[in-house]
Design a protein around this ligand. Structure first.
Ligand code: HXC
Length: 258
């Protein structure tokens, strides 16, 4: 499929999706969100893809939902037509790991999109924020909930109430991003992490994603129980046998996703 607002490259088990609306700092309009949802769905279904990386430009991962597209919408447009959420719900169904590689602005829906990925690697130029308050609204695709889980109530509340931006160092300190790298190395670092993930058993990486996400959806006891069952289930796979045998035989594993 030919995309207009994103670029898609697939190599060595990794789908690299680059948001591509440079004139609008990758603002998320319905076309971009639709294309992004389709690209991740296709990557999720593709035998050629084992991990997904989403990135933007040096200046902006995404500067938020497209304000120009949104400005004239009514409550009915938003509620009845499910503007945005139909696409983000499709995105959230992805079962393969997704890394956000963020340089420059990740604001509003852009920050929320990064948080919908499984982890965030930030360039030292990254700036995160939820400035919707300046537009007379609030975050709408998970920001009030996810940012609060990641950085705690006080910082999340301050960011949503004042609209101030957080730089990469503060984001790392607060647990929003897994690590900060020099801007010039961002793509290489994210691709290298993705290639490392792509070498593992897909069954195990999907199980990690599913199980870690339980930590946000359920009680500790339920989550621990889910992890235990998932661990036990992986002993029904050939990849478990191969992984453990290869360790004992001091050789690299050959995972076959079976
Ligand atoms: C539409 C946007 C945009 C956005 C930038 N642009 N952000 N267009 N929606 N969110 C456009 C600008 O209008 C401009 O186009 C071009 O991109 C370059 O932006 P500048 O403002 O000239 O760049 P700069 O001075 O460097 O400032 C960068 C910026 C600023 C700080 C990121 O653009 C900004 O504050 N943007 C809005 C950030 C924001 O409020 N995001 C939250 C959106 S609400 P033209 O054609 O004018 O030159 C949201 C809700 C999510 O995300 C929930 C939805 C359910």
């Amino acid at each position: 499929m030919a995309y207009e607002t994103i670029n898609l490259e697939i190599s060595d088990g990794v789908a690299l999706i680059t948001l591509n609306r440079p004139d609008a700092l990758n603002a998320l309009n319905s076309q971009l969100l639709g294309e992004l949802a389709t690209a991740v769905e296709d990557a999720d279904a593709s035998e050629k893809v084992r991990c997904i990386v989403i990135t933007g430009s040096d200046k902006a991962f995404a500067a938020g939902a497209d304000i120009k597209e949104m400005a004239d919408k009514s409550f009915v447009d938003m509620y009845r037509n499910n503007f945005f959420w139909a696409e983000t719900d499709r995105f959230l169904k992805t079962r393969k790991p997704i890394i956000a590689a963020v340089a420059g602005y990740a604001l509003g829906g852009g920050c929320e999109l990064a948080m919908m990925c499984d982890f965030i690697i930030a360039a030292d130029s990254a700036k995160f924020g939820q400035p919707e308050i300046n537009l007379g609204v609030i975050a709408g695709i998970g920001g009030t909930q996810r940012l609060t889980r990641f950085v705690g109530k006080s910082k999340s509340m301050e960011m949503h109430l004042t609209g101030r931006f957080m730089d990469a160092q503060e984001a790392e300190r607060s647990g929003l991003v897994s690590r900060v790298v020099p801007a010039k190395k961002l793509k290489d670092e994210a691709m290298s992490a993705a290639h490392k993930i792509a070498e593992k058993s897909l069954l195990a990486t999907m199980a990690v994603k599913d199980t870690v996400n339980r930590a946000y959806e359920t009680t500790m006891a339920e989550g621990i129980n889910y992890e235990r069952r998932m661990f036990q289930s992986l002993f029904a796979t050939e990849d478990q046998t191969e992984g453990m045998e290869s360790y004992i035989e001091k050789r690299e594993p050959q995972f076959r996703d079976k």
